[in-house]
Design a protein around this ligand. Structure first.
Ligand SMILES: Cc1ncc(COP(=O)(O)O)c(C=O)c1O
Length: 402
């Protein structure tokens, strides 16, 4: 029996790894244990709000299970799924061959594989501010460095190209572009996309394009950034999680552009993928069903999201001291509260949680300065629930700011 009682130390890299979207749940559980009803507006999971996975995807997985596809699969993914992703990209104007597609455990694993393949501890990556925090967490885990580029809330949260230009060093390897954006709900106008491609080309950077919300633009389809320059070194990530309503299946893909500059990266990603054997096999059978089958659920989903986005923008802007862009895609909004001096976004978010049970995520969890007063809201709840939620927020905000 051991006689020492000192805690086993963990790696220092854990101190650099942070994912606020889930961290904040610890406090929510405390509030819940004290008897308050908590509304979890922290995680972008449509299933928790009553949206349903399309039946034909469930049937495809069920059939795969019954047909005995329960062994390991190829590490790059089953061929039919790779072909379906390549056809989808190609159909959207970005010609991709199936051998440049890897099936992953969600967008998340694609991000991790690509960053691991690209970076050593000196490497730098340009990441939007605010960002989806997995990028900075994985970059920190690898021991590499994220450099935040500004996106401008006064110009619908588009990237600030002048600021970007000041951040490039000889160590800069890649730029992360999240379009449509989580957490801001922005989509970028075509001239901005082209300017980002030119910027990356001028500095020899790989473009890591997070396109997981591409099918959730309310008014127009958001094209892959690779469609504007087929030879640009683009790696794109997406999954079944958002537009196909199956986040728990952990099934996604990454597509690597045809630029020969990416050949070694493709080989490196494949090598890393070999090490984790394969992503969940039965779920991969839903990829073809999703991409080649009936997509009518997306029409209803987009309409539901647009209605909620409009309510969200209007109700938040009606609160004195609050500003908010109406989102154009996805299911997140990023309002700003004009904080009193000395207060942080975390003070506001924790205060809101403790007073009303409404759980959002503070903007500093996405890389913004804590005193700027931003927070992220997931607006997947029904319009009537949103009405109650924004009522609670309005009363709390008036108290908080008085
Ligand atoms: C921008 C962005 N990228 C990646 C992910 C991870 O998604 P997945 O479930 O496909 O791993 C999310 C999830 O919220 C996201 O918002």
């Amino acid at each position: 029996m051991s006689t020492t009682h000192t805690a086993i130390p963990v790696s220092p890299r854990i101190g650099r790894f942070s994912y606020a979207i889930r961290n904040i749940v610890v406090e929510a559980h405390r509030v819940e244990a004290a008897g308050m009803h908590v509304r979890y507006l922290n995680i972008g999971d449509p299933i928790q709000f009553g949206f349903q996975t399309p039946l034909h995807l469930i049937e495809a997985v069920e059939k795969a299970l019954r047909d005995g596809h329960n062994g390991y699969g190829p590490s790059a993914g089953i061929q039919s799924a790779r072909e379906a992703v390549a056809a989808e990209d190609t159909g959207k104007g970005w010609p991709i061959s199936p051998d440049r597609v890897y099936i992953t455990a969600g967008t998340s694993e694609g991000i991790e594989l690509a960053l691991t393949a690209l970076l050593d501890e000196h490497g730098e990556v340009l990441v939007p501010m605010p960002t989806y925090p997995l990028y900075t967490a994985v970059i920190a885990k690898i021991g590499a460095h994220a450099r935040y580029y500004r996106t401008d809330p006064d110009r619908q949260w588009v990237p600030d190209l002048d600021h970007l230009a000041t951040l490039v060093t000889p160590q800069t390897k890649a730029i992360v572009i999240i379009d449509p954006n989580n957490p801001t709900g922005a989509t970028y106008p075509t001239p901005v996309r082209k300017a980002l491609l030119e910027f990356a080309d001028r500095h020899g950077l790989v473009i890591l394009a997070d396109e997981v919300y591409a099918d959730l633009g309310y008014d127009e389809a958001v094209p892959p950034i690779g469609s504007f320059d087929h030879d640009a070194p683009v790696i794109s990530f997406s999954s079944l999680s958002k537009a196909y309503l199956a986040p728990g299946w952990r099934t996604g893909w990454l597509s690597i552009g045809r630029s020969p500059r990416l050949d070694d990266v493709a080989t490196a990603i494949r090598k890393l993928a070999d090490g984790r054997l394969c992503s969940t096999v039965p779920m991969q059978y839903a990829v073809t069903a999703a991409l080649k089958g009936d997509k009518s659920h997306q029409v209803t989903f987009r309409a539901a999201l647009k209605e909620r986005a409009t309510i969200t923008g209007e109700r938040l802007r009606a609160m004195p001291g609050v500003s908010c862009m109406t989102p154009r895609a996805g299911f997140y909004a990023m309002p700003r509260v004009a904080l009193p001096p000395g207060k942080t976004d975390e003070d506001y978010v924790l205060g809101l949680l403790r007073a009303t049970g409404v759980l959002c995520v503070y903007g500093s969890g996405f890389g913004l300065p804590a005193t700027d007063g931003y927070l992220r809201i997931v607006f997947l709840a029904s319009p009537s629930d949103l009405d109650e939620i924004y009522g609670l927020m309005a009363r709390f905000t008036a108290d908080f700011l008085s």
